[in-house]
Ligand binder design. Structure first.
Ligand code: 5RP
Length: 226
């Protein structure tokens, strides 16, 4: 089974989960990327039960609108019932690296504002240690060089993702060469660098459920304490 089919399968599993476990008047947080897009394309089937969606990127908001789904500003609603999004890497603690699509800051905000976060990915995203995928860091443009030096001091090799401007009008540095054993600590340390808007580690607010699409079926992973 190819990777695209695995993404479609895992999106279907998340759709079934949302439809079965949540009641009507759903407030949905919607992520960004190819896997999240598979999920978005299923949502018209649930339209009568969706009160509103909040998107983590302009790209996802456009697709939701094209499909006739209501998209609102996060400030106009209370806590969201559930957030569904993909990941670039996930470990067994359900800590994630996200931001391959440069939407990490809004993704983190929508995840923080949601009662439940279901992460959907094909099985290739599962890792023992986070960091083989370069860690995206969103930075204020004038702080790019300063932040890059600080990230270097933390042991990484930051590379400017040239030509990419985030939805918040900022830049992305991708940090290579980090084996991140303590994601919670690293997330906090990087956030303390002046000029950093957000980094792509999702450890302070990890996923609540990780659905992994594999050729043998869908694997449902919960955090170790559950
Ligand atoms: C975008 C993200 C995506 O969730 C992540 O890059 C995974 O993307 P895909 O589903 O296309 O593999 O964090 O900023």
């Amino acid at each position: 089974m190819d990777q695209q089919r695995l993404k479609e399968k895992v999106a279907e599993a998340a759709f079934e989960c949302v439809a079965a476990e949540h009641s009507d008047k759903l407030l949905l947080g919607i992520g960004t990327g190819t896997t999240a897009e598979c999920f978005i394309r299923l949502l018209p089937q649930l339209k009568s039960r969706i009160e509103a969606t909040v998107a983590s990127s302009e790209r996802s908001a456009s697709l939701l609108s094209e499909l006739g789904l209501p998209v609102v500003d996060l400030n106009s609603v209370g806590p969201l019932d559930v957030y569904i999004d993909g990941a670039d890497e996930a470990n067994s603690q359900l800590h994630l690296i996200k931001g391959g699509g440069a939407a990490l800051t809004r993704e983190k905000i929508v995840a923080a504002a949601s009662k439940q976060f279901i992460c959907i990915a094909d099985v290739s995203k599962r890792v023992a240690v986070l960091g083989a995928f370069p860690l995206p860091v969103e930075v204020i443009p004038m702080a790019r060089s300063h932040v890059a030096r600080e990230l270097h001091a933390l042991g990484g090799q930051p590379v400017w993702r040239e030509g990419v401007i985030t939805d918040n009008q900022n830049l992305i540095l991708d940090v290579h060469g980090m084996a991140i054993e303590d994601a919670l600590e690293m997330e906090a340390r990087i956030n303390q660098i002046t000029g950093v808007v957000c980094n792509g580690l999702f450890a302070a607010r990890p996923a609540d459920i990780l659905l992994l699409g594999a050729p043998s079926g869908i694997e449902r992973v919960l955090p170790p304490s559950q």
